[in-house]
Design a protein around this ligand. Structure first.
Ligand SMILES: Nc1nc2c(ncn2[C@@H]2O[C@H](COP(=O)(O)OP(=O)(O)OP(=O)(O)O)[C@@H](O)[C@H]2O)c(=O)[nH]1
Ligand SMILES: [Mg+2]
Length: 293
């Protein structure tokens, strides 16, 4: 296992002034996503995180579906999510109200409207940043993660750059994950903008993120209802009578499928590893038998 930003390790210094890591201590929490592409590999973005700051402006790049994905990662990694809306100084107030409404429809997580220009919301964030707490900012490139860090830390600790005007996308300015100690003793992890937020094999986290679906499941006729085609499915009924929006239901199904596929791929990889190990053991044993003759 390789250490991730935020890991606690036990190490031994050697005579050259270097430190050799002996052990990575167990993680209390983590932010882990599936690596991009058709793979079962996982990528730990940060470890031992208390708060995941889901950073998003309300502009062309805003996506409630992306926020949902981050909420699943937070649930899965035992991290408390906080939605941080950036750039409120340049956002249309009606768009802002509509989009905050759509966030509040899907989660009880705190939503903080901020502006790194006017300073709106910065106090509120700072008041949460007490000694020893670790915050990790995630979001797309150009969302304003590093600018937020600079505003909170009160200096230009992290590089930032402007976004492309045609689509509001960022330029992937932050290229590595770095942990900064704030004056109050809290920690802030700045991460590079994510293009993909893949879900790992934690179907339970998906179920827990979609609470309204989870609450209806016991009312389905079949105890093992998959909410996809079964008759007398309480979830499908809620979709057809408008209590659950179709796009919310589709997102739930997509994330659940992704999580199940990831579990299958992981299982397949482990099985292959076991078979390869068995084969190499048998080859070794056959080699020894040959030598005896
Ligand atoms: N008007 C306004 N601009 C902002 C605000 N926050 C960030 N920006 C601008 O948005 C652009 C991108 O900000 P960054 O902080 O570099 O974005 P990032 O999320 O760190 O992007 P990556 O490092 O590429 O992942 C910069 O030009 C910032 O000045 C804000 O609250 N208001
Ligand atoms: Mg950045």
């Amino acid at each position: 296992m390789t250490p991730a930003v935020g890991d606690f390790v036990r190490f031994t210094p050697n005579q050259h002034g270097e430190s050799i890591i002996d052990e990575i201590l167990p993680r209390n929490s983590w932010i882990k996503r599936k690596s991009a592409g058709r793979t079962s590999d996982e990528n730990v973005l940060a470890a031992n995180v208390d708060f995941m700051l889901i950073v998003t402006p309300v502009d062309k790049t805003f996506s409630i579906r992306r926020i949902e994905r981050f909420l699943v990662l937070a649930e899965s990694g035992r991290v408390r999510p906080v939605i941080v809306i950036t750039k409120s100084d340049i956002c249309d107030p009606v768009d802002m109200a509509v989009n905050i409404g759509s966030i509040e429809e899907i989660t009880d997580a705190e939503v903080i409207e901020t502006s790194s220009v006017s300073g709106l919301g910065i106090d509120r964030l700072q008041s949460m940043m007490t000694a020893g707490k670790t915050f990790c900012a995630v979001g797309t490139s150009g969302a304003g993660k590093s600018t937020l860090l600079n505003r909170i830390a009160g200096s230009g600790v992290a590089a930032t750059s402007d976004i492309r005007s045609k689509d509001n996308k960022g330029r992937h300015t932050t290229t590595g994950r770095h942990m900064y100690r704030l004056e109050e003793g809290a920690w802030f992890i700045d991460t590079p903008g994510l293009r993909e937020v893949g879900i790992t094999d934690d179907t339970e986290a998906v179920e827990d993120t979609f609470q309204e679906i989870k609450a209806l499941a016991p009312q389905c006729f079949f105890a093992d209802c998959t909410h996809s085609h079964e008759p007398l499915c309480a979830v499908l009924e809620a979709v057809s009578d408008g209590r659950i929006k179709p796009e919310r239901y589709e997102s739930y199904m997509r994330l659940r499928r992704e999580s199940e596929n990831h579990a299958l791929r992981t299982q397949h990889r482990l099985e292959k590893k076991r078979q390869d190990k068995n084969l190499s053991k048998r080859v070794k044993a056959a080699g020894k038998r040959k030598k005896r003759f």
